[in-house]
Design a protein around this ligand. Structure first.
Ligand SMILES: Nc1ncnc2c1ncn2[C@@H]1O[C@H](COP(=O)(O)OP(=O)(O)O)[C@@H](O)[C@H]1O
Ligand SMILES: [Mg+2]
Length: 242
């Protein structure tokens, strides 16, 4: 059972979100939203399938450079425009940089307009004095994920994380906020196998298999390969030109 202070905190945050949504509803979207939408990436078909699905739990399995992280940045920016609080976590700095660059790029009109505040060191984009923000952080287990609050949690490169990141911290956080969770997973290769912080290096694969059979209507799993990403050149994929 969550302690009373946690419940009070969740209620306070929910009230703030409702207020933000009401202001947007009455006054219409702020003028910087339209230019942000124009800057957002056009998802490729396999990306669009998971980006626009409103389901509460999503798991995306795709090869390297398939388009997971760019898809997650698109989900994050969409959610940000709806007034939500997004936490993106991944074990590697390289993936943080890619995600952060994408969010910043799309939200540049909001930053220029003075509505969105950017903190480069903490990787936070936010509307000051509200709960509305995107934060990106490096996390690989429960302890490194702990300490933040969000109603949309994105765990990228989940196979490199310890299982407890979701079980001990992520899932309870989503219960408190009635939030949505997204998992990105690259099937392990010899190159990445050694870097994993997982007890069971196959935990993401097992979870994917299990959740693929989910019939509760709560989970959806998606899978595709690097070859489904039309934005990558054939050459880079090692396909010889005909
Ligand atoms: N919707 C898109 N529009 C333009 N380029 C894209 C898009 N999705 C992916 N890409 C390109 O594909 C590359 C790999 O995508 P990324 O999301 O980093 O893959 P993954 O996270 O699956 O390894 C990106 O660096 C980007 O150049
Ligand atoms: Mg990625």
């Amino acid at each position: 059972m969550p302690v009373l202070s946690t419940i009070a905190e969740a209620q306070r945050r929910r009230a703030m979100r409702v207020r933000t949504a009401r202001v947007q509803h009455v006054e219409g979207p702020p003028p910087w939203h339209a230019p942000v939408r124009q800057l957002m990436r056009v998802p490729h078909p396999k990306q669009a399938a998971f980006v626009y699905d409103p389901i509460k739990r999503k798991m995306v399995r795709a090869g390297r450079r398939g388009g997971k992280t760019i898809g997650f940045a698109t989900i994050a920016v969409e959610a940000f425009l709806e007034g939500r609080r997004v936490l993106y976590a991944v074990p590697t700095q390289e993936q943080i940089d890619r995600f952060w660059f994408e969010c910043k790029r799309a939200l540049a009109p909001g930053i220029a307009y003075g509505a969105v505040r950017k903190n480069e060191t903490r990787h936070i984009l936010e509307i000051p004095d509200t709960e509305n923000r995107i934060k990106a952080k490096t996390a690989w287990d429960a302890d490194t994920l702990r300490g933040d609050f969000a109603d949309l949690l994105i765990l990228d490169e989940f196979q490199l994380m310890n299982e407890d990141a979701w079980g001990v911290v992520g899932a309870p956080m989503m219960l408190d906020t009635n939030g949505d969770a997204v998992f990105g997973y690259t099937p392990p290769s010899f190159r990445t196998a050694g870097k994993s912080k997982a007890h069971d290096p196959r935990h993401a694969s097992k979870m994917f298999k299990e959740r693929s059979q989910d019939t509760s209507g709560r989970w959806q799993c998606y899978t595709f390969t690097s070859h489904d990403n039309p934005y990558l050149s054939r050459e880079a994929l090692g396909v010889s030109p005909k």
